[in-house]
Design a protein around this ligand. Structure first.
Ligand code: PLP
Length: 225
């Protein structure tokens, strides 16, 4: 077993335990293995071990490795978890199965238009900038309700939930709690929150999708974003 497969196995077991501890149903939480910056050679053993759900944060990078991996392995589910530019919407819709980072009307419209063209209906999350950090992507919390409704009613996107990345220097719990509350208020059931450092906490606050990279694949050589 490769070291990444082994680590994934351990994280998956921990997710199961945290689900049980939080009185969640088994299988409530999807573990997204975030493979950004790692090449196909590193990812392949994890696929061979049977795992199929992965996350990438750059469209260009994902296009470079996943089309070939999809030819080798059936049933891959690829999540876009990084910021999206509207001029990459076409590639994003062709490459990914779920989009976590809808945060502007321009993106929402570009995605919908591409989905129609490609006859693909991708489930989407709205990213909320819960810490209201100027440098971070996401809709400000106060604008989120209106934005979600616009995406659903005007654009016709299939919004299934909300996503956040808490500020690095703050306790994540209050951000997870806020996202959980906002999703509930909008009738949304899916919550994309929790990374290597805080996914057990996120599961306690109702996360349905945890995005775990370094705890599975190891430290990244370079910083993305
Ligand atoms: C890289 C990344 C992750 C995974 O981070 P780790 O700390 O390596 O688990 C999760 N979410 C997003 C949006 C990311 O860009």
């Amino acid at each position: 077993m490769s070291s990444s497969s082994h680590a994934l196995h351990e994280v998956a077991a921990h997710v199961k335990k945290m689900e049980a501890d939080a009185n969640r149903h088994a299988g409530d939480v999807t573990l997204i293995a975030v493979s950004k910056t790692f090449d196909a050679e590193t990812i392949r053993p994890v696929l061979s071990a049977g795992y199929r759900v992965f996350g990438e944060n750059r469209v260009q990078e994902a296009m470079g490795k996943w089309p070939d991996l999809r030819k080798e392995f059936d049933g891959i589910e690829l999540h876009l978890i990084g910021p999206l530019q509207s001029n990459k919407a076409k590639e994003a819709v062709a490459t990914f199965d779920v989009i976590h980072t809808v945060d502007r009307m321009k993106i929402a419209k570009a995605l919908k238009s591409e989905m129609d063209k490609q006859s693909r209906d991708l489930p989407c999350f709205v990213q909320v900038n819960t810490g209201e950090e100027p440098q971070k992507a996401g809709v400000p919390p106060l604008e989120a309700d209106a934005f979600i409704r616009q995406c659903q009613d005007e654009i016709g996107l299939n919004i299934i939930g909300l996503m956040c990345i808490p500020p690095v220097d703050e306790a994540p719990g209050e951000h997870f709690a806020l996202l959980q509350k906002m999703a509930g208020a909008n009738g949304l059931t899916k919550l994309s929150m929790g990374m290597s450092s805080d996914y057990p906490i996120a599961i306690g606050f109702g996360a349905t999708h945890v995005r775990v990279g370094s705890a599975i694949f190891g430290a990244r050589d370079y910083v993305t974003d």
